[in-house]
Design a binder for this molecule. Sequence first.
Ligand SMILES: *Cc1c(COP(=O)(O)O)cnc(C)c1O
Length: 371
Amino acid sequence: MNYKKPLNTSKRVLMGPGPSEVHPRVLKAMATPLIGHLDPEFVETMDDIKYMVQQTLQTENYLTFVVSAPGSAGMETCLVNLLEPGDEAVICIHGVFGGRMADIAERCGAKVTKVEAPWGEAIDPQQVKAALEKVDNPKMVAIVHAETSTGVLQPLEQISKMTHDAGALFVVDAVTSYCGTDLRVDDWGIDAIYSGTQKCLSAPPGLSPVSFSAAAIEALENRKTKVQSWFLDLSLVKNYWAGAKRAYHHTAPVSAMFALREAYQLVLEEGLENRFVRHRKNHELLKTELEALGFEFLVKEGFRLPMLNAVKVPEGMDEAVVRSQLLKEYNIEVGGGLGKFAGKLWRIGLMGESSSANHVNMLVSALRGIL
Ligand SMILES: *Cc1c(COP(=O)(O)O)cnc(C)c1O
């Protein structure tokens, strides 16, 4: 340890499961001199951000804002506000993050029914239907849109319809899918959604955009018990995002918000549809190159994430050694497998600023050098 030496981290090429790289404009915005979080100019900044969250989530939900903590806190916000002890929740699990949702729901005192799919596959809507038939009075169905641990893109519309037919709220984890692939909160009937900033949005980590439908707000207003978390209680924090009337709740991370505002501008300048096309194209390019090198995709075609490529490493290759060589010799970060895929899988991110032909070419030529 030498804590007195200047901070001098390497300049990495970020191609893991997040954080992704950020545009220089975002870095510059983060260095903006601080202002007070109750300053009228900061109120305006928060209003701008809220508007851009609505645009990018394709929603008109009034209760749309950014939790001052990472994606996992967005997950916890959705669950602790909508679940009371004794409520019944159907939680879909097809990877690490669905499992985390079930854990939080259980900590809320909910009776959890798990719907599981093998890792690398999507949840079949018929499984959800069967689960809903067994549960007396389901309060919610929760599911991950882009499972970052397995590389699966989960179709949502059919499950959303079944959820509403059963009188339940539809809750979606969009941490990795947000701003990288199509996601329509209003059209798809999503009642509560959370995301993160460090994946396809390409802002620094530590914030979580969220949004709640009228039905979710009604469920919140009809609670019989207090929300177990003070910090994440929507009935309190919503007043902090209420424009000019806003009341002190906590101190927003001002610099991170400046960066986020800039990142949103970049997304809207590019256009959502163009951004989705870019993510898809670079995924196709990487796919062709990696398959030529002997990597195989875990997920079957049609369910693959464009921003997170889960690939089985070629027979006989020591993945940990190659991954560490990529980092140390080429400054390239890729992700290893999680849970049961540790040592077997790579997770290669092409998210936001890290989704470019240059990134693909850098990784592929480094791999050719090593192998
Ligand atoms: C990254 C991620 C999270 C957690 O976000 P953090 O910002 O790391 O807390 C949750 N869900 C999914 C699908 C993710 O990819």
